[in-house]
Design a binder for this molecule. Structure first.
Ligand code: SAH
Length: 362
């Protein structure tokens, strides 16, 4: 009896890699190793990303032996929906369970320019921003590329029922994408590929808290993907108070890296600036921000703080948000105030997971 139990639990620990983690080139290389033709990889991609099947058995134009071989080596990751909430404004929030029991969040936002999905890259986060719910409980593990891809496929399947598609992706869910860099890059290649989900690079945005070496690396990737920096403060002293990562990667060095990015890619960069009441939301901060960003091809996105029960930050009054915005505009800085969506459904990073999975986030 005991033996059987041991056997079962060992079986449960055998985890096959996700087929969604393979770029088309990697899948072609795998096919070649098996003595198969490269077009077989394209066929598999079509089944996965166009027809969106959930088993290898359904891939009926592949030889049965190949389907069986695929099934012994890979899994088609399925995410179990633990919670699905729909906001009055149409925003949908999902709490998904991974194969090992950890949970992640994915958000679908409805804009007049299309459907946008916000994906998670890590179970938890180790960056420790003082205002963020995603970092409560630290980092549990990285996601593999296929687990990030699976979020998009899963939400696309929900949209399939309405005859709609995922038009854009923001990598702004739980986790620090540049702390899981290689899997992030694979994910970007897969969703961007014409035979993959075919989402245009200019419709994808990656945001980082500021891991400087990875900013240089990302600049050198030569992609057209949009790039955002979580700035949140105009001076290094204040930024350190809000974001401990500023000790390892201080603001002046961060700005050097961002300037390198803009020069190298010719693309403008977005700065996310959360307004935390009484902390970084005064006119003097707006003026310091003007100084910091002078001459840089950029856009500032002001985010009124999302209240997190575990954190003490309060909202900036509306009038003051507008005054902050006016100060930036007056000096020629492109600025928008983030439209709030899903306010009634815990749609800020990590909030739903923090609420539903207390044991994971402590
Ligand atoms: N780790 C990456 C990706 C997360 S993007 C990054 O830091 O860029 C999510 C954005 O929401 C980041 O700019 C983050 O700083 C911001 N954010 C997190 N918690 C927030 C809160 N309570 N209120 C407003 N913005 C918040």
């Amino acid at each position: 009896m005991e033996k059987t139990i041991e056997h079962t639990s060992q079986q449960a620990e055998i985890y096959l890699p996700s087929i969604y983690s393979l770029t088309l080139e990697q899948l072609q290389a795998w096919m070649a190793e098996q003595g198969e033709k490269p077009f077989r990889a394209v066929q598999v991609y079509e089944w996965l990303y166009e027809k969106r099947v959930t088993s290898f058995a359904e891939m009926t134009n592949l030889p049965k032996s190949l389907r069986e071989k695929l099934a012994t080596q890979f899994t088609i990751t399925t995410l179990k929906t633990l919670v699905q909430q729909t906001s009055k404004d149409g925003t949908m929030k999902f709490l998904f369970e991974l194969h090992d029991g950890y949970s992640i969040e994915t958000v679908l936002m409805r804009h007049d320019y299309g459907n946008s999905i916000c994906v998670t890259t890590q179970v938890g986060c180790r960056i420790g921003c003082t205002f963020c719910a995603s970092t409560l409980g630290g980092l549990k593990r990285h996601l593999e590329a296929g687990e990030i891809v699976a979020q998009v496929v899963k939400v696309q399947k929900v949209l399939d029922e309405q005859g709609e598609r995922v038009d854009s992706i923001v990598v702004m869910g739980i986790g620090e994408p540049f702390d899981n860099y290689d899997e992030l890059i694979k994910f970007l290649k897969i969703v961007n590929h014409p035979k993959g989900l075919h989402i245009g690079a200019r419709h994808i945005t990656v945001s980082t808290s500021g891991i400087i070496p990875k900013i240089y690396q990302f600049a050198d990737e030569g992609t057209q993907i949009n790039f955002a920096i979580s700035l949140h403060a105009p001076t290094t002293e204040l930024r350190t108070k809000l974001m401990p990562i500023n000790k390892a990667y201080p603001l002046p060095k961060l700005m050097e890296a961002v300037r390198y990015y803009v020069e190298k890619t010719g693309r403008r960069v977005t700065f996310e600036y959360g307004l935390f009441g009484g902390v970084n939301d005064q006119i003097e901060h707006a003026e310091q921000l003007v100084e910091l960003l002078k001459g840089l091809k950029c856009h500032v996105n002001l985010i009124p703080v999302n209240y997190v029960p575990e954190r003490n930050y309060v909202r900036t009054p509306r009038e003051q948000i507008f005054a902050f915005e006016r100060t930036l505009k007056k000096h020629g800085i492109n600025v928008t105030i983030r439209r709030e969506q899903g306010h009634d459904i815990d749609a800020a990073c990590g909030q739903l997971r923090a609420k539903e999975r207390k044991e994971e986030t402590r």
